[in-house]
Design a protein around this ligand. Structure first.
Ligand code: SF4
Length: 306
């Protein structure tokens, strides 16, 4: 470990301590995400995400199935946080996100989970669905850094973010891995039960880009810092792929790393949905790949086009 990295983590602890009261304030009348439920989660009240003040997680393991710079060759230290601020009909993790199957723990244990993943060789700590558990993660990071956490942090979210909260993460998360799920608010409301997704998602992508910039990798191809945007192509053009990619190219950066996914399959309530009950066709995925080319988005990954 170099002195420089020690210095960076000391700065992170300082920032976390300085901003903790602001995150507590946002949680006390919850505005951690754009739903702005206004419940007092410090007192155990629960909003739409269904989580109170204590951390709740579903699993903590080395994960080898993320994009190559995230999983690398030793695995990504992935902590699935329970609950979600979205409510997607097609969620493939709905037992975790919507049925909220998980373990209520405390911040010391959450910190210990991070340190254990680091000891097991993880390239990073990858918080899946962290948005609504910002306070618990804030508190746990202070403990984890003071006890020796030194690997990069990855923020892996559905991209429905509060700008106010996101600014408090500035200088803390090294890598952002948000979704860009929709480019139409009505579709987002119908499928994921969220208002003004596009407005909040686009503002979040710009802020994340401002904080960490384009994805940077080390000599082994492992992510050190930057943003990677995931876009899952949906059947029937429901994800608005062309518009979503156009926005990223024109308003964020043409250099943005995009993970363009063809892996959609009907799960949860999608099996009974008139459009979502089928997979994405070869032509639909090809059209999304064509949009990557049209807008000059050359960095990133595509998946097999069946
Ligand atoms: S984080 Fe949860 S409680 Fe807070 S505003 Fe979002 S959905 Fe509501």
């Amino acid at each position: 470990m170099t002195d420089l990295s020690v210095e960076i983590y000391q700065i992170k602890v300082k920032l976390l301590k300085e901003r903790l009261s602001l995150v507590e304030e946002l949680t006390g009348s919850c505005r951690l995400c754009p739903r702005e439920c206004g419940v007092n989660r410090l007192e155990g009240e629960k909003g739409v995400c269904g989580i109170g003040a204590a951390p709740v997680y579903s699993s903590a393991n080395l994960h080898y199935g993320e994009e190559p710079p995230i999983s690398g060759y030793k695995g990504s230290g992935t902590i699935f946080m329970t609950g979600c601020n979205l409510n997607c009909k097609f969620c493939q993790n709905y037992p975790i996100s919507q049925l909220r199957n998980g373990n209520i723990i405390n911040t010391e244990i959450l910190a210990a989970l991070m340190l254990d993943l680091q000891d097991r060789g993880a390239h990073n700590i990858n918080f899946v669905t962290p948005t609504h558990q910002a306070l618990a993660i804030f508190r746990a990071l202070i403990i984890a850094y003071e006890k020796g956490l030194r690997i990069p942090l990855v923020y892996n979210s559905g991209g429905y973010e509060s700008l106010e909260m996101l600014k408090l993460w500035d200088g803390i998360f090294d890598v952002y891995m948000p979704d860009s799920k929709y480019s139409d608010n009505d579709t987002a409301l119908k499928i994921s039960n969220i208002s003004e997704y596009t407005k909040h998602n686009q503002a979040a992508l710009k802020e994340m880009q401002r904080q960490v910039g384009v994805l940077e990798m080390d000599d082994d191809g492992i992510a050190r810092r930057g943003m990677l945007v995931r876009h899952l192509v949906l059947p029937g053009g429901l994800a608005g792929s062309r518009e979503a990619l156009k926005f990223i190219a024109e308003e964020v950066s043409k250099e943005t790393y995009i993970s363009l996914m063809s892996q959609y399959f009907p799960a949860h309530k999608a099996v009974n949905h008139k459009i979502l009950r089928r997979r994405v066709s070869r032509i639909e995925y090809q059209q999304a790949m064509d949009a990557l080319e049209e807008f000059g988005l050359e960095n990133g990954w595509t998946q097999p086009n069946y």
